[in-house]
Design a protein around this ligand. Sequence first.
Ligand code: DOR
Ligand code: ZN
Length: 348
Amino acid sequence: MITELQLRRPDDWHLHLRDGAGLRAVLPFSAARFARAIVMPNLQPPVTTTAQAAAYRQRILALLPAGSRFQPLMTLYLTDQTGAAEIERAHASGIIFGCKLYPAGATTHSDAGVTDIARLEETLQAMAALDLPLLVHGEVTDAQVDIFEREARFIDRVLAPLVERWPRLRIIFEHVTTRAAVQFVRSARPGVAATITPQHLLLNRNALLAGGIRPHHYCLPILKTELDRRSLLEAVADGDRRFFLGTDSAPHERHTKESACGCAGIFSAHAGIELYAEIFEREGILPRLAGFASEFGADFYRLPRNEGHIVLLKQAWTPPASYPFGEGELVPLRAGEPIAWRLESEAA
Ligand code: DOR
Ligand code: ZN
């Protein structure tokens, strides 16, 4: 049995770091594990300009633990108003690695998102020409569509036409959750990839709804069926290079989740690589972790693979019931329950 795993230092290709006291609380977890992270721009107000992204990046760098070489890779939040000139500024800045499409109203802090992708012709043309990737939250927002069907409908209505309309645009279908999404990415043209979260590999919707409602397992896209989860696992088991690690770690203060109308988002940065190691081992595909966590994402973004390594130990540990989060606290994924793998530098 493998008890120690040396891994090229991984990257997190989809991360919510928040700002201010929240940022201060969660940043060290990602910085301890990952070399780089694609930082989501859904702050309030959202990060819609290159200048805002540069300022946000400075706030992140200022809060890094001493000696950390963690690199935040910034993104812009697309709105109906984002023009080609902003895309050119973003590209020229050298600090922005993609633009995020939130369909307006799809998820947390997406109100300022895009109401109709057809409004963004010039913007997408500039992104394709400059080879700046488009990161997509792939869910329709139509209230008529069942919440479990929103990702699949998005593929038919928005993503498939978009992929065809812009053959040179590199597109990352973020946090895929369904068999339909896996099939779509696997049959898509080159330049289409997807991130997968730990929760969608580990859990199906029973973990949210069976035997009591568990708000800390509520995220968007919502957890799906066991069949969907198996499809995600098959994609990573095949070592398919179009699928790579993106935790979508999304902290919310405890009371905003344990509420009559709780926020979407699962915090996993405290175990952002360990949770993947656990599920890969359980599936007998631990040798596939290196590609998924440390190679395929960098290759897709056309960035160098990292030089350093981390060491994971097969040593169970139990995350606390909560971590401090600004004035409040947040409840991490697996709070009070053991995780099979531990990061060596955090070993007792
Ligand atoms: O569950 C989610 N939380 N999904 C998202 O798309 C956004 C995120 C957040 O920012 O909290
Ligand atoms: Zn996200």
